[in-house]
Design a protein around this ligand. Structure first.
Ligand code: DX5
Ligand code: ZN
Length: 229
């Protein structure tokens, strides 16, 4: 057996949606397992998106579990309110704090799952010991900040490391990948052991976002079938 989630999970990123019609765009991606919401503060990354008020409104507009990806400085201060608001999972960046365990505990205490994210160039090894404090591990496959970038396949080594630790029972994190996931790249990520796939432009750039979600899930399921034997 290989982990404890009903995978593969597909998490459309609304970064690629029409921000003037967010509720409709969320509804258009029906069948999504998680809804991925990219929070950027123009400090941790060179882009600015949305914050807590928009997340609070989105939570009222959908029942899809919300996967908040905080690309922000000072997550110790800003992350717990997303959990209090009702987000399902709140992920922050390892590079943004010197107290990741404290932030994770605060997120969990506020009622959400806690996620740790690493940029493409950030190694996993320094964080392996603390991952038992987390529910999700978000491995970035592009530099955080913008949608529509090219998938960086070298990060799949980190996916493999995390997959082995989950399969051996040492960790229980959901292994999630974010950036450049589309019909051409999802199979290699699935074969490496990803549980949850974030996809922005591949879902919202499609004529039928719900069909794109189904197609991505089918490809990921086929490419990871051998891992579930
Ligand atoms: C980038 C964001 C991603 C982004 C992915 O910093 O974290 O979630 O929306 O977009 P695509 O799927 O287009 O690479
Ligand atoms: Zn993201």
């Amino acid at each position: 057996m290989s982990g404890n989630v009903d995978r593969p999970l597909i998490a459309p990123s609304i970064l690629a949606a029409d921000f003037a019609r967010l509720a409709d765009e969320v509804a258009a991606a029906s069948g999504a397992d998680w809804l991925h919401v990219d929070v950027m503060d123009n400090h941790f990354v060179p882009n600015l998106t949305l914050g807590l008020p928009v997340v609070e409104s989105l939570l009222k507009a959908t029942d899809i579990p919300m996967d908040c990806h905080l690309m922000i400085e000072d997550p110790q201060r800003w992350a717990p309110p997303y959990a209090e608001a009702g987000a399902y999972n709140v992920t922050f960046h390892a590079e943004a704090t010197d107290n990741p365990v404290g932030v994770a505990r605060d997120i969990r205490a506020a009622g959400a799952k806690a996620g740790l994210s690493v940029k493409p160039g950030t190694p996993l090894e320094p964080y392996l010991e603390i991952l038992r404090e987390f529910d999700t591990l978000l491995i970035m496959s592009v530099e955080p900040g913008f949608g529509g970038q090219k998938f960086i396949p070298e990060v799949l080594a980190k996916v493999g490391t995390a997959r082995r630790l989950v399969d051996s029972g040492e960790l229980t994190v959901v292994v999630e990948i974010d950036g450049g996931i589309n019909a051409d790249t999802i199979e290699q990520a699935a074969a490496a052991g990803v549980d949850c796939f974030v996809a922005g432009s591949a879902v919202y750039g499609a004529d039928d976002p719900a069909a794109a979600v189904r197609a991505l899930r089918a490809k990921a399921a086929a490419a990871s079938a051998h891992l579930r034997l």
